[in-house]
Design a protein around this ligand. Structure first.
Ligand code: AMP
Length: 314
């Protein structure tokens, strides 16, 4: 099975309590692709400038990611500058140089048209919708968004939400989207906007999935919600891309399974947490570039152990 992801491929300049890095490879589509590549075939649609070299592209192709859909335009790549302080709960955006990303018009290669799964990373909802409409045959559509689109482009965003099977956002975004502080109330309101299922990320505290009666084909799947933990990590170096890596692990696992069941959804949340936990251990995509399948499996077991309660144990 293959996932098509559309989103930013960028250079990030980052400052965290662990230090600084200038113009490292980043972008939502990049983090997502690397994380998902451990589970399934991934194809990227994005745009980069002349500063994006063969070496940068190789970071993705080495992981088997298909980069035929990355358009090379004249100019510089999207450049995001951000910093984190203290517990690094929230990024402070210091600069957003859109460069060639400002005129991004996603072009889907013919070879991508048979993609089974679609992930709409955080970009203009108008573009998200355009890509979704260009792929009417996909099995499943998942998406992300951010405060800017929720606040200033709401009408367009609502059109995309109506098309999504799974929306993956953080708790602040769910509250902003609905005006509800209570997470359960907010989740219900979000799902009334369209998504059949909703994953709300809680940063370093894990994620909660909310289901509707449309979430699974199985009429007996009466599950309503599930919460997965996050692994407490001793050395968090850079949280950039944690959310996209979570989404990559989560959706990559779903795409690798024959059918979406409550059990697959729950397991996927764990794999999302695993990939997010690797992402934060080094700057940019460094850690995901050097992760192995064995490390992923070992950490998945650790996730199971830290959240397992056996009432029959002595
Ligand atoms: P995350 O930390 O998972 O929310 O994602 C961070 C990534 O999103 C960084 O690598 C940035 O390059 C990228 N990013 C930051 N701002 C934007 C934006 N306005 N549009 C698209 N991507 C962005």
């Amino acid at each position: 099975m293959s996932i098509l992801v559309v989103g930013s491929v960028a250079f990030d300049t980052l400052t965290t309590p662990s230090g600084s890095r200038a113009k490292v490879l980043g972008g939502a589509a990049t983090h997502f692709s690397l994380a998902a590549s451990f589970f399934t075939d991934v194809r990227v649609v994005g745009v980069v400038g002349t500063d994006f070299t063969a070496e940068h592209e190789a970071v993705m192709t080495k992981r088997g990611v298909d980069t035929a859909g990355i358009e090379h335009a004249d100019g510089l790549s999207f450049h995001w500058t951000g910093s984190y302080e203290g517990s690094m709960g929230e990024a402070k955006t210091l600069g957003t140089d859109l460069n060639v990303f400002g005129a991004f018009d996603p072009k889907i290669p013919e070879s991508y048209k048979n993609s089974d799964y679609l992930f709409l990373a955080n970009i203009d909802p108008v573009l998200q919708l355009r890509v979704r409409k260009a792929l009417p045959g996909v099995k499943m559509v998942a998406g992300d968004t951010m405060n800017y689109w929720i606040n200033d482009h709401r009408a367009n965003l609502l059109k995309v939400l109506a098309e999504e099977d799974i929306l993956i956002i953080n708790d602040g975004e769910a509250r902003l989207l609905t005006g509800e502080h209570n997470l359960v109330t907010a989740a219900k309101k979000v799902m009334a906007m369209g998504p059949k299922s909703l994953v709300i990320k809680h940063g370093e505290y894990g994620a909660t999935a909310f289901f509707s009666d449309r979430s699974f084909d199985d009429p007996n799947a009466s599950t309503t919600l599930f919460r997965a933990p996050a692994l407490p990590i001793e050395s968090v170096v850079d949280p950039t891309g944690a959310g996209d890596s979570f989404a990559g692990g989560f959706y990559g696992y779903i795409a690798s399974q024959p059918k979406l069941t409550p059990q697959v959804f729950r397991t996927a949340l764990f794999y999302g947490g695993v990939m997010g936990s690797f992402a934060v251990e080094q700057f940019g995509t460094e850690r995901l570039q050097n992760t192995t399948r064995e490390e992923i499996d070992a950490r998945f077991q650790l996730f199971r152990e830290i959240s397992h309660l056996d009432l029959d144990a002595a």
